[in-house]
Design a protein around this ligand. Sequence first.
Ligand code: DAH
Length: 341
Amino acid sequence: MSALAELEARALGEIRGATDLAELKRVEQAFLGKKGELTQQLKQLSSLPKEERPAFGKAVNDCKVSLTKALEARERELKAEELSARLSSEGFDPTEPGSPVPYGTLHPITQITEELVDVFQGLGFSWLDGPEVEFEYYNFDALGIPGDHPARESHDTFWLRDGNVLRTHTSPVQIRAMERFGAPLSVIVPGRCFRNETVDASHEHTFYQMEGLMVGRDISVPHLIYTMKTCLREILRRDIEVRLRPGYFPFVEPGFELDVNCPFCEGEGCKVCKQSGWIEMLPCGMVHPDVLRSGGLDPEEWTGFAFGLGLQRLVMVRYGINDIRDFTGGDLRFLKQFNRI
Ligand code: DAH
């Protein structure tokens, strides 16, 4: 056995035999340190005949690599041993199953938004966004709500100092969509809206709507009814009946209130539907010719329908929730009931 091989075997034995990190450090110094045995070997290099030097140099280097690897492996082992010794002395058992980490759930409004987007994308609608701080023009004027119109009052708007508003509905995105994409057009716009409301069980200053707009050639009321029925059947998870009553909104003509048959009494009449057998679901209508014009479209050529779905209301009807404040109240007992992640 060459001196080098003997040195390597001895060093490996000492490395394996080291019982703690301090001892391992000493072994490292003894062989690889400045005055270590292997380092000394290297110093012999210059005294060797020239032709033997490369082979000897390589052998020393191989030995160094092998010792370094063994040192690292032993260090890992000793560290792991030290850790488990320390943990078990502290009464910690690493083989015990961990305790579950609490995780959050999607808010019911997020869940219903995702479901609606899914249904409407299946019907060929595109998902669009709009600004929450809106120009007065888009929020009111372009939708046929002039300065002195009572609808502006009823919207209880948050006005900003610069004359802009926190949008009171998602309808302004109708105009933005027509301006930007022209016709034909099918879009949905879920989003947050704001009104200066006194908060009670059915009113919130911050709420969520989803606007829908379809513009094309010969779009008429049956398209509206079909679309709403398809969507509500999916979301309310039952076969539904709808009915239209006249409703007034300046940006639709004719305008409707769309009702669905009451899920609680099957149309018999109960407390929830105030004995009528119907529940008011959403306002909608045929897009007013002036609104098409505001969007840059010719009402002789294009027609369309629009609707504004209140998302809290939809969730409330689906789950029988009776207080709108629960959505933003931050009560985990409420939120945890919608435990989809
Ligand atoms: N933007 C209306 C509101 O928030 C709701 C609405 C009514 C939207 C009729 C529509 C519609 O698109 O056709 O009060």
